[in-house]
Ligand binder design. Structure first.
Ligand code: AMP
Length: 280
């Protein structure tokens, strides 16, 4: 496993392997790796000749300074895990390396960034587009792997690739959960013991909401879900939306065409968690 710190070094290593006809699989992460990340990394390793993982806590996608400051960082443990997963190349740039000067680019993400996470985290997806576009330019992978856990992000990355006319296949990977159903996330370790105990309610509610589909309209399911969080002292529901999985427009009726996905964001103290479930 080779660890690179600069864009130029990683790019020239990968240019050479690309010229040999090797297929490059890429998994961008912000580190504090868990089994959710491992599932993407294992898949990328199986489906490609060269496995590249990046670790970079991207400041431009954080809309709250405290969230950026508290974000878990565990470089040594991450590198051990990446070695065990037989990663070929790790890219861990500094902030200065990625942003030698302020990135002023704004991306037209076709309104996909104006709903759900975009409403509660202003500028978040523009920051994601800034870092992912730079990473894609540097690594130039054949395939890049993203988790469905961040469903809106996955849809936006597909849009970005189309916008930038890049020849990269975006592979969406299923959500990996703890045994009690909580979606794995680097932020889970910031939960207090009481919050961690309460957190599985998020996925339990998503599953129960899916079962309501036979009896209730989308609007009724939405208000039922709101009710499920009213008497939960440790949790605050930010949003629950049932959307079309391609344009992220809210679903008004079950008979509309397209696959439907229910997305949720919940605050537990200082930590904000997201999750989602397909309704069909
Ligand atoms: P992050 O380090 O949080 O930016 O995540 C890096 C990648 O791992 C993203 O594509 C996430 O969607 C994905 N990911 C994070 N948690 C999970 C999970 N529980 N299951 C599957 N993929 C995940």
């Amino acid at each position: 496993m080779i660890v690179y710190r600069t864009r130029q070094d990683v790019a020239s290593h990968l240019d050479a392997t690309r010229d040999l006809g090797k297929r490059i699989g890429f998994v961008p992460t912000m580190g504090a790796l868990h089994q959710g990340h491992a599932s993407l990394i294992e898949r990328a390793g199986k489906e490609n000749d060269i496995l590249v993982v990046s670790i970079f806590v991207n400041p431009t996608q954080f809309n709250e300074p405290a969230d950026l400051e508290n974000y878990p960082r565990k470089m040594d443990e991450d590198l051990t895990m990446l070695r065990d997963l037989e990663t070929d190349v790790v890219f861990t740039p500094s902030e200065k390396e990625m942003y030698p000067e302020e990135d002023r680019r704004t991306f037209d993400l076709g309104g996909l960034d104006n709903v759900m996470e975009g409403t509660f985290r202003k500028g978040h997806f523009n920051g994601v587009a800034q870092v992912v576009s730079k990473l894609f330019e540097t690594v130039r992978p054949h395939r890049a792997y993203f988790g469905q856990k961040d469903f809106q992000q996955l849809v936006i990355i597909r849009k970005l690739v189309e916008l930038m006319n890049l020849d990269i296949s975006i592979v969406g990977c299923p959500i990996i959960r703890e045994p009690d159903g909580l979606a794995m996330s680097s932020r889970n370790e910031l939960l207090t013991r009481a919050e961690r105990k309460a957190a599985p309610h998020i996925y339990q509610t998503l599953k129960a909401a899916k079962e309501q589909k036979a009896m209730r309209s989308p609007a009724e399911v939405k208000s039922w879900v709101s009710g499920q969080f009213e008497d939960r002292s440790l949790m605050e529901l930010e949003y629950f939306e049932i959307v079309n999985d391609t344009d992220l427009r809210p679903v008004r009726s079950w008979t509309e065409p397209g696959r439907k996905v229910a997305c949720i964001a919940v605050r537990l103290g200082k930590v904000r968690l997201i999750d989602n479930i397909f309704f069909d």
